[in-house]
Design a protein around this ligand. Structure first.
Ligand code: PAF
Length: 288
């Protein structure tokens, strides 16, 4: 696996792979790779003859007071893991390579859907995500890009960007990879103390409670929302939101139908965690 730090090196590697007739896949990450990321790399590998992984802690998607400075970073470890999962290239640019003008003079701003869910507590977050992902699409010109369902709102907004800007890339959304006790894998799990790690199980347990209610015939979104909130409160985690939304529009639902998404964000100590489930199956085909 090649490790490169400049856009020119990525473009040269992609051109060489295309010249051999390879389909190009991209897995964008912020690094500190875990099994969730590696499942995306393996999934990309199944769909393409050449797989690039980007590793960039994108300052544009962090708000003031968020964890940009302390976000875990370990390039050597990430390189070993990405190579083991089948990546051909790891792109680890510095901020000046990605944003040579400092603050970007052009950004991708979602017109709708970014103010809901995570966007309420993280204004500007999805502008930062879409801008960097659009840049990565420009740098790699991938045939397919793979994202995880855990960041469901992100995946939905990237889908809108791709359709809205007619970007020639197929999107693939992979199921959330979980720890044996159900906790969704996240680079931020490493901030949790052992006690908080136990509390954090409440997110997936609360979602399972919601799914069980739906499976038992409950279609009133408020009833399900309240049951999910109660489970989170019982575990002593600070709920930021519990929302039941239409997977395509991200609009809140009153009546639940198959395909509805229940999304949660909560703070365990100072760590903000997110998770979601699609009714009825848990993981599911998201309409991007
Ligand atoms: O999901 C992430 O890790 C990031 O939001 C992404 C898509 C790599 C953009 O920085």
């Amino acid at each position: 696996m090649q490790i490169v730090h400049t856009k020119a090196e990525v473009r040269a590697a992609v051109a060489a792979a295309r010249a051999r007739g390879a389909r190009i896949a991209l897995v964008p990450t912020m690094g500190y790779l875990h099994e969730g990321h590696l499942s995306l790399v393996r999934r990309a590998r199944e769909q393409a003859g050449w797989v690039g992984v980007s590793l960039f802690v994108n300052p544009l998607q962090f708000g003031p007071g968020e964890d940009l400075e302390r976000y875990p970073r370990d390039l050597a470890r990430d390189a070993e893991l990405a190579a083991g999962a089948g990546a051909d290239l790891l792109f680890a640019p510095g901020a000046a390579e990605m944003y040579p003008d400092g603050a970007p003079r052009v950004a991708v701003v979602p017109e709708q859907g970014a103010e809901a869910l995570c966007g309420r507590a993280r204004p500007g977050h999805f502008r930062g995500v879409l801008t960097v992902v659009a840049k990565l699409f420009g740098i790699f010109s991938p045939d397919v890009a793979v994202f995880g369902q855990k960041d469901f709102q992100q995946a939905a907004l990237i889908g809108r960007m791709v359709r809205g800007l007619d970007l020639p890339v197929a999107l693939d959304v992979a199921p959330t990879v979980r720890e044996p006790d159900g906790l969704a894998m996240s680079s931020r799990n490493r901030y949790l103390t052992p006690e908080q790690r136990v509390q954090a199980r409440a997110l997936s347990q609360a979602l399972a409670r919601g799914r069980a209610l739906f499976a038992a015939g409950e279609t009133d979104a408020e009833a399900v929302r309240s049951a999910v909130r109660t489970r989170l409160a019982e575990a002593g985690v600070e709920v930021e939101y519990v929302e039941l939304v239409d997977a395509a529009t991200l609009e809140p639902l009153r009546r639940l139908v198959p395909g509805a998404v229940c999304a949660v964000a909560a703070r365990v100590g100072t760590t903000r965690l997110i998770d979601n489930t699609v009714f009825p199956a848990g993981e599911g085909a998201l309409p991007l």
